[in-house]
Design a protein around this ligand. Sequence first.
Ligand code: UD1
Length: 335
Amino acid sequence: MKKILVTGGLGFIGSHTVVELQNAGYKAVIIDNLYNTKMDVLDNIVSITGVQPEYHCIDLRDKKVVQDFFKKNSLDGVIHFAASKAVGESVEKPLLYYENNISTLVYLLQEMKRQKLSNFIFSSSCTVYGQAEELPITENAPVKPAESPYGNTKQIGEEIIKETCNADGLKAIALRYFNPIGAHKSAKIGELPLGIPQNLIPFITQTAAGIRKELSVFGDDYATPDGTAIRDYIHVVDLAKAHITALERLLDNRNKKDFEVFNIGTGKGSSVLEVIDAFEKVSNTKLHYKIVGRREGDITAAYADTALANDELGWKHEKTLEEALLSAWKWQLKQ
Ligand code: UD1
């Protein structure tokens, strides 16, 4: 049984990926410092899959502990999620973001080199494109200067990995996610935002559940058909499966270059008002919302050109926006 390290394996995307890894017959080894999640997630993974993943409560900033872990564990690959991801917080605490997202990446890659372990999947983001000139966005679209330290850590992270591939024999795939949403169909794992949600879907579900009074729609004066901003919302289970597909490409030596990048989205853009409308239909609720000014740093529209992921990686999304919204709603109702 191949053994795969999943850093941040108790987080939103990490936990869904651990489930898919176990379903596909891999042994998952989780590292998570519980900074942005709860221990219950581990029990819930077991309850979904019937398999107990190995778990280590390790903070990757602790270089010595990371070294010890790699000395003691023989692995076949690493899927690296552990990182901080709040855009606003990153502007206030840039050094925390560079330490959490960059220092830890360097430590991991150093240990992988020492152990001659070469298969690495990196959690990147469509944020690297900023507002792209052309839509849909292909992987060849230029990387734009980052709008925040968070965005910068994804760009720098990709650069570090690419150079390590050139110099040290690493093989890596960076997956540039569009907007991950939804939850496992069991409603046992999902997104656990800390405090007031910053992202659209958790804010919608909490508003529908009566936890928030009203959703603010950030801007209706964008150059889009209904004036609200457009994103490509991808079901987290589809996204999790993309990691298994990418991992197997490396394990089977089917990669064409040592460092590859794929967009992971549905290829379909939805406006904020379209998301609200779809949510109201699937949940059979009426959402209280008001239009307010634009949120600083937001772009007008982003959706993926998925041709490379579909044809070259061999992955395609399966679930619709409606299925994703319904799963997020069922998860919310269980909280
Ligand atoms: C945000 C981050 C992005 C990160 C991604 C991770 C910002 C500026 N960008 O992307 O870097 O990679 O999350 O998932 O924070 N919206 C509302 N009302 C709300 C919340 C959101 O109208 O209360 C709108 C936003 O203006 C946007 C859309 O909904 O048009 C999606 O927002 P969000 O879920 O925060 O994702 P992004 O901004 O695309």
